[in-house]
Design a protein around this ligand. Structure first.
Ligand code: SF4
Length: 110
């Protein structure tokens, strides 16, 4: 039978305490969404999904799936505040998208 080593258990508990102490810092990062880096044109995911920061510049005739008036602020995946110019998006973890942007993953809020 394999008995647990008390030193390893102590180290494990110490690591858990340290990890739980960092959770408030992670929450603060999500609250300060305005400090997230903006998704840029060089982002591979943005390129794959045709993300643009200004949906008004999209030509609906040339962009498959785009419906006039669609934008990030009306997308179900957008997590920004209405008053902010940029906000987090579930498609681009750790980054912020323009509230006036758009990409092919757009899903209208129900
Ligand atoms: S998934 Fe929605 S919120 Fe995110 S970039 Fe695309 S359109 Fe904007």
């Amino acid at each position: 039978m394999n008995r647990s080593n008390p030193i390893n258990r102590r180290q494990f508990l110490g690591a858990m305490v340290a990890a739980s102490a960092s959770l408030p810092l992670l929450r603060m990062q999500s609250v300060n969404a305005g400090e997230l880096p903006h998704v840029g044109g060089d982002d591979p995911m943005a390129q794959a999904l045709g993300y643009v920061a200004d949906a008004a510049a999209i030509d609906p005739a040339k962009t498959h799936g785009y419906k006039t008036g669609s934008r990030c602020s009306s997308c179900a995946l957008y997590r920004g505040n209405a008053s902010d110019a940029f906000g987090p998006c579930a498609t681009f973890p750790g980054k912020a998208v323009s509230k006036d942007g758009w990409c092919m993953a757009y899903a209208a809020r129900g």
